[in-house]
Ligand binder design. Structure first.
Ligand code: ZN
Length: 412
């Protein structure tokens, strides 16, 4: 049996009596009539109580409105509080509902103003208890246009324009802003002569009850712009919260809120320059550390082979250390080959002195198949990953001289 939707006749009905029509196997309670909005058309569903039991969710199932109450019973059981034929007293959480009504009517108004001022059509809407948004068919919105949109919407709110809900047999001949797929009967929400939209949601009686409308975050979505907005007390809370964030940020910068963006940009650029300089200094320090480590080794006439273990991946610093170790600035002649191994990740780096007569690329090609190495590089330096760590001792034995173990590298 279709549920009689009391909220469609009277959006301000917060308490009502009804009779339980059925209780579904999953605990959903169907009433013969209800003031609970089931959450369609982008507007969130209502909460409240039925005979004092909290309603957790309300949804539409074809022409029925179903209410899920707290603590659903086991499979196949009816909720003990509700049986078919029983009389119930329902109360809608009015603060939550009125906030949603303000936002839903605010959305109609904002959509109308956006289209009348700029020709931006509304593609989709979301009226939630945390955020409300409209998706406008426009690729970009600048601050001036956003300000004008907000100003005009608030001007219409101040005019306290009446909001009427009427029912029609068909959409034929109606001045609807957007075409509807509904053939009838049709519920039309009108804001004076400003807007006429087919809608099944709940709305306030006059635009003055929207209170205020604050445009918030803008976000690119597909080819459109999604605009967040807040009405009534939610707008006041949002403005209060945003002001608090600005105040806190201004305190960090020891400046007025109007200079935060300028100071933040300056500090970001300064940080980028310092970071770049730091990377240069770290590379220079690693080159020197590599050269120093090489000089600590007892000179040998033959090729000198060493292994150095580092904790994480092979970073730029390890490359610089290896270049310092194998460079001619360290000792001359050098004839060093350094294998750097990253514990855990299996990453490796092999660097050879120019005077070692050792082609790292050829070494990688020849040993790669035998020891499961994958990687690439130049004749002076190759890097990659060990396929099988168990073959590492055999890999070290394949180097031209016995391998000296260097003190391990430290994590940054
Ligand atoms: Zn609506």
């Amino acid at each position: 049996m279709p549920t009689e939707r009391l909220y469609q006749e009277d959006c301000y009905l917060a308490a009502f009596t009804a009779t339980v029509a059925a209780v579904d196997s999953d605990g959903a309670v169907e009433l013969d009539r209800t003031a609970f909005y089931p959450g369609t058309g982008g507007q969130a569903h209502d909460l409240g109580v039925l005979n004092g039991v909290p309603v957790e969710r309300v949804a539409e199932s074809e022409d029925r409105v179903l209410h899920w109450i707290a603590e659903p019973p086991g499979p196949g059981q009816s909720p003990k509080a509700f049986v078919p034929g029983q009389a119930v007293h329902g109360e809608v959480d009015w603060d939550r509902r009125f906030d949603l009504m303000q936002h839903h009517t605010g959305q109609h108004l904002l959509s109308a103003v956006a289209e009348d001022l700029y020709g931006w059509k509304t593609e989709s809407v979301h009226i939630g208890t945390e955020t409300a948004t409209i998706e406008l068919a426009v690729g970009e919105i600048d601050a001036a246009a956003l300000g004008e949109l907000e100003r005009e919407a608030n001007r219409r709110i101040q005019q306290n324009l009446p909001v009427h809900i009427t029912t029609h047999a068909s959409p034929e001949g109606l001045p609807l802003r957007k075409e509807t797929a509904c053939t009838g009967p049709l519920r039309v929400v009108s804001i004076a002569d400003l807007d006429h939209s087919a809608c099944g949601g709940t709305h306030v009686r006059a635009t003055g009850e929207i209170g205020s409308l604050l445009c918030g975050r803008l976000e690119k979505i597909r080819k459109n712009m999604r605009l967040e907005f807040a009405c009534g007390l939610r707008a006041v809370h949002l403005a209060r919260r945003s002001g608090q964030w600005l105040h806190e940020a201004a305190a960090v910068f020891q400046s007025g809120p109007e200079r935060i963006a300028q100071l933040a940009v300056a500090q970001r650029d300064q940080l980028a320059a310092v970071s770049k300089r730091l990377r240069v200094l770290e590379t220079q320090a690693a080159l020197r550390a590599g050269a120093d480590a090489r000089r600590e080794q007892v000179p040998v006439d033959a090729i000198h082979c060493a292994v150095r273990r580092v904790p994480a991946g092979i970073e730029d610093e390890e490359r610089a250390f290896a270049q310092g170790y194998c460079g001619t600035e360290a000792v001359s002649p050098n004839r060093a080959i350094l294998l750097t191994l990253a514990a855990g990740t299996g990453a490796f780096l092999l660097c050879a002195s120019p005077d070692a007569a050792f082609d790292a690329k050829v070494w990688l090609a020849e040993t790669g198949v035998r020891f499961g190495l994958k990687g690439g590089g130049t004749g002076a330096m190759v890097s990659g990953r060990l396929g099988d760590p168990a073959r590492l001792p055999a890999l070290l034995n394949s180097l031209p001289s016995p391998v000296v173990e260097l003190p391990p590298g430290t994590a940054r």
